[in-house]
Each structure stands twice: as C-alpha cells, then as structure tokens.
Write a protein that binds this ligand. Structure first.
Ligand code: ZN
Length: 59
C-alpha cells in the first residue's frame, strides 16, 4: 500500500519565498529566518518548486 506524503515545504523559484505547511492552520505559512519572514516579493506570481498538481486545499 502506497501512502502519498504531501510536501511540507515549498520554495518559490522566482522570489525565494519559502513556505512550510501548517497542519493547524491548514495553509502555507512563510518560513522565518533570523526573525525575518521569507515572504518574497508581494506581487510575485510564485512558481513553487513542488509538484504543480499537488493542491492541499480542495477547491
Ligand atoms: Zn515568488
């Protein structure tokens, strides 16, 4: 039996934003590095380094 493990981290290839998956909030949250949130550019159309077909939020 194969268990699908969703990615727990993702990184934007364009602006270097890094997110981690929060089980509690059920959403992506920006990673903090030295107290600074790596949120990247505000208007970036993030291009994540994870499988594009994976979408944890059912739409
Ligand atoms: Zn980005």
């Amino acid at each position: 039996m194969v268990e699908v493990v969703p990615p727990l981290e993702r990184e934007c290839l364009r602006c270097d934003r890094r997110d981690t998956w929060s089980e509690e909030a059920a959403t992506w949250v920006a990673v903090e590095d030295d107290g600074e949130r790596l949120t990247g550019r505000p208007h970036c159309l993030h291009d994540w380094d994870i499988n594009g077909s994976f979408n944890p939020i059912a739409e």
